[in-house]
Write a protein that binds this ligand. Structure first.
Ligand code: 5GP
Length: 181
């Protein structure tokens, strides 16, 4: 593969996963979901900001009745706890007894996903499933069950296809990895 390079702010990145490979994996995941979830009337929960592109491309290939909504994790300084508390915001639907499918851009340490799952459990869904575009198995610190994974990647910083560096480069249609000089 001829690697494309791009400079984003002060850092240089090069392509490691092409648009074509991404499309292929999304079609594979969609086919698996169309087989597994067709009679579950699931609600997809896209986690903003990073998962918007994955959610959009995947959702177009889903053929059964389902809903989608988008959630965000807001950080704020807790008044009672020390450090930063992350709260899931944007849940307007009734999730009780529903099959919920979380759509994530990347699972790195798994801490974010673990936080999301804990908070969602409070809404008493029937089951919580997880689909992530990318997964860094070597970085994982929490035990999280991933039902659908696009790519397992090395423990290196990536961007593109919804993922950013300081808010930039989410628009790139392929995945780029940081070039270490
Ligand atoms: P975790 O809590 O699993 O460590 O990290 C999850 C979040 O960290 C992701 O949703 C994403 O926003 C961010 N993240 C983790 N690894 C990367 C990476 O390699 N590149 C970018 N752009 N964001 C990452």
């Amino acid at each position: 593969m001829l690697k494309k390079r791009t400079k984003v702010l002060d850092l240089t990145f090069e392509t490691t996963i092409t648009e074509e490979r991404i499309c292929k994996e999304i079609s594979r995941i969609a086919a698996e979901m169309n087989r597994d979830l067709a009679d579950k009337n699931p609600i997809f929960l896209g986690i903003l900001n990073g998962a918007f592109m994955f959610a959009s491309d995947l959702f177009k290939q889903i053929t059964f009745p389902c809903q989608i909504t988008f959630l965000k994790l807001a950080s704020y300084e807790g008044t009672q706890t020390s450090g930063t508390v992350k709260q899931l915001i944007g849940i307007n639907q009734d999730l009780k007894d529903r099959t919920v499918v979380i759509l994530e851009d990347i699972v790195d340490t798994g801490i974010t996903l673990d936080t999301i799952i804990r908070q969602l459990s409070g809404y008493q869904p029937k089951e919580i499933m997880v689909a992530t575009m990318l997964h860094k198995p070597d970085a994982l610190q929490k035990e999280v069950k991933l039902d659908y994974v696009g790519f397992e990647i090395p423990n290196e910083f990536v961007l593109g296809y919804g993922l950013d560096y300081n808010g930039y480069a989410r628009n790139l249609p392929e995945i780029y990895t940081l070039v270490k000089d």
